[in-house]
Design a protein around this ligand. Structure first.
Ligand code: S3P
Length: 452
């Protein structure tokens, strides 16, 4: 068995500056959805035969999952840009990896893969970078232990690196998730694939449902019913024979959010974002921005591989502050950094409630957003788990340098701010942007953004 090595020292910092820009315009497609990309590789691993994927996000996070799938027995091939083929081993037939499964910066990759391994009698060591080593893993390890997995070693407080031995015979459970987390739900469902009988996850707040959709698309039997006001009860029949199906990954709405908000705040902008995933459990930001007065038109709504997609026509708009209820958080959990930027340019206050989960993302995002706003002269307040931003009605001072704390979305959000603020905005390190949005700087420059 491999042993975990100390997390690699971070590469040299790559600072970047964004300056006030002329109108942004053009027609672009941002890279593939990160959540769907991870799942297509892992479900490909659990399918016998060849799964062909188009539009896979070739960001560092997803490439780490691709390497892990190969280490667990799949033949993973890159056929061309975004085109990948996974020849899987099927549920029940994973190989024991002979190397540490290093997920770099990716919480989704590591937590979903833990679920997959937990259902198989193999031992694996999971690790990641310094950001991932700080993030909570108990949320997945506890239900997976109930399903029969053994946590052989872990860093204090159940953090990475973790050595996990999967169950000989996974136990189907009924799991009431204490957190609104699609990663936790998906880890339990992935483990449940290997269990005889039915595994049930009850979520009080519905979270992104890509795992359920893709498993059903590959032939698994799932029953999904409403639970309470905002929740769902998901029951999966174990040991299905998954059949390979082609996957076309739509553009990631969490990445599209950056050029979208940039176009709203840079005067005169007019932009089309193509084939953006429009799954209703991912559209909280669109809903909020429209309430704020954003000119966003949805064109040609259509289905792509079991998911709705749409083209978005975005025009620069005067925004006004709104209240974003806590219940909306799961449908826009990754979008608060860039919403805070839109709020800084809006007129009046934007109140964002119920942000506790932001504290355990790639960084403590609530603290990182607040520090970035402070560095750029934006009035704001954090009280408990709520953030209020007092907008400058089109004017933001800027001029600050923002600490990104190994967080790609903090870097991109504050670069977007700098495109419309009076003074340039710098980020201390843009290197992590490649985890989710390779080509971000080039794409933004192509639209007219002054980033360099
Ligand atoms: C994801 C779920 C969310 C999100 C992450 C991707 C997923 O995390 O923040 O970027 O693909 O399941 P949580 O499940 O921790 O909320």
């Amino acid at each position: 068995m491999p042993t975990a090595s100390p997390a690699a020292t971070p590469a040299a910092l790559a600072p970047l500056v964004a300056r006030r820009s002329e109108r942004l315009s053009g027609r672009v497609r941002v890279p593939g959805d990160k959540s769907i990309s991870h799942r297509s590789l892992l479900i490909g691993l659990l399918t016998v035969g060849a799964t062909e994927i188009e539009g896979l996000l070739e960001g560092e996070d997803v490439l780490a999952t691709a390497r892990a799938c190969a280490a667990l027995g799949a033949a993973v091939e890159r056929l061309g840009p975004g085109r990948w083929r996974v020849r899987g081993v099927g549920v029940g037939s994973l190989l024991e990896p002979d190397q540490v499964l290093d997920f770099g910066n990716s919480g989704t990759g590591v937590r979903l893969a833990m679920g997959v391994v937990a259902g198989h009698p193999v031992e694996a060591v999971f690790d990641g970078d310094q950001s991932l080593r700080r993030r909570p893993m108990r949320r997945v390890l506890e239900p997976l232990a109930r399903m029969g997995a053994a946590i052989i070693e872990a860093a204090p407080d159940g953090r990475l690196p973790v050595r996990l031995k999967g169950a000989e015979d996974a136990i189907p459970i009924v799991f009431e998730s204490p957190l609104p987390s699609a990663q936790v739900k998906s880890a339990v469902l992935f483990c449940g694939l290997a269990a005889p009988g039915e595994t049930t996850v009850i979520e009080v707040e519905a979270t992104r449902d890509h795992t359920e959709r893709m498993l059903a698309y590959f032939g698994a039997e799932l029953a999904i019913t409403p639970h309470g006001e905002h929740g769902k009860r998901i029951t999966l029949k174990g040991r299905p024979e998954l059949r390979p199906r082609p996957i076309a990954v739509p553009a990631d709405p969490s990445s599209a959010a950056f050029p979208l908000v940039a176009a709203l705040i840079v005067p005169g902008s007019d932009l089309i974002l193509e084939s953006v995933l429009a799954n209703p459990l991912r559209t909280g930001l669109l809903h909020t921005l429209k309430q704020m007065g954003a000119g966003i038109e949805e064109i040609d709504r259509r289905e792509q591989g079991g998911e709705p997609v749409v083209d978005l026509h975005v025009r620069a708009s005067k925004l006004r502050g709104v209240e974003v209820p806590a219940a909306r958080a799961p449908s826009m959990i990754d979008e608060y950094p860039v919403l805070a930027i839109a709020a800084a340019f809006a007129e009046g206050e934007t109140m964002m409630r119920g942000l506790s989960e932001l504290r355990v993302k790639e960084s403590d995002r609530l603290a990182a957003i607040a520090a970035g706003l402070a560095a750029n002269g934006v009035e704001h307040e954090v009280s408990g788990d709520d953030l209020v931003v007092r907008g400058g009605a089109g004017r933001v001072q800027g001029g600050g340098t923002v600490m990104t704390h190994m967080d790609h979305r903090i870097a991109m959000a504050f670069l977007v701010m700098g495109l419309a603020s009076d003074q340039p905005v710098a980020v201390d390190d843009a290197s992590l942007i490649a985890t989710s949005f390779p080509g971000f700087t080039e794409l933004m420059r192509g639209l007219g953004a002054d980033i360099g």
